[in-house]
Design a binder for this molecule. Structure first.
Ligand code: ADP
Ligand code: MG
Length: 226
């Protein structure tokens, strides 16, 4: 089933009297539980695309249909709830809160949303991500790979239907990067989470079901480039 449909999506910025076509008439479709990688050079529009998918940046034109709903037809409040409940985000820098321990960092989104903790699901996630022995540790005492796995757990704690990752392995060595990519693959299968991963690293992109290439705001299937 086509879960995510992006139609003619465009984002244009005006900078110093110049129009920048950051995302230029992008269309693609993603099935539920698919793992998609988007690669391309710096400045090609990848993060802008991801922010629009997250409901964080209003498109100049075009539409994003998630589970049959146009997300930019939402009111501001509905969009906030949509973001909180449907979208998980992971960035290059883990953005963990240094004064909270691992368990508290992971559960923070539920606390902010006044939601009960599903203990069974929590235990599943921490064990899949191999952080069950670090729950009382503080972020500063963890390696980069461990911190990113905690950030991943935090992004997953509210069962998002879509997980958006912006260069999550950009700060990791190749073995930790590979582990994160393997975990993303596992998550897409185990929880039927639709994953969109931005990466510069072809070895990481190869883990995905499909690879797209972004260049000057245009998106194409990577195979078409070969
Ligand atoms: P990538 O993530 O592929 O490096 P970005 O999506 O960050 O690319 O940026 C795409 C283009 O849009 C770049 O030329 C960037 O300078 C421009 N851009 C991004 N955000 C803004 C903004 N808020 N205002 C003006 N230009 C922007
Ligand atoms: Mg970027």
């Amino acid at each position: 089933m086509e879960f995510l449909k992006v139609n003619n999506l465009t984002k244009t910025y005006l900078k110093d009297d110049q129009l920048i076509h950051a995302v230029d008439h992008v269309s693609f479709r993603v099935k539920k539980g698919s793992f998609i990688a988007v690669t391309g050079e710096s400045g090609s529009g990848k993060s802008t695309l991801l922010h629009m998918l997250a409901g964080l940046e209003v498109p100049t034109s075009g539409e994003i249909i998630l589970d049959k709903t146009n997300i930019y037809s939402f009111t501001e409040d509905q969009l906030t709830i949509f973001r909180r409940r449907q979208i998980g985000m992971v960035y290059q820098f883990y953005n963990l809160i240094p004064t909270l321990n691992v368990k508290e960092n992971i559960l923070l989104p539920l606390l902010l949303d006044r939601k009960e903790v599903d203990v069974n699901y929590f235990n599943q996630i921490i064990s899949s991500l191999h952080i069950e022995n670090e729950l009382n540790s503080y972020p500063n005492n963890l390696s980069g790979g461990q911190q990113q796995r905690v950030a991943l757990a935090r992004a997953l704690i509210h069962h998002p239907s879509v997980l958006l990752c912006d260069e999550p392995t950009g700060n990791l060595d190749s073995s930790n990067a590979r582990e994160i990519a393997d975990l993303l693959k596992l998550i897409s299968i185990k929880y039927d989470t639709t994953i969109i991963l931005i990466t510069h690293d072809m070895n990481i992109a190869m883990q995905a079901d499909e690879i797209y290439w972004m260049e000057k705001g245009k998106l194409s299937k990577y195979v078409e480039k070969l």
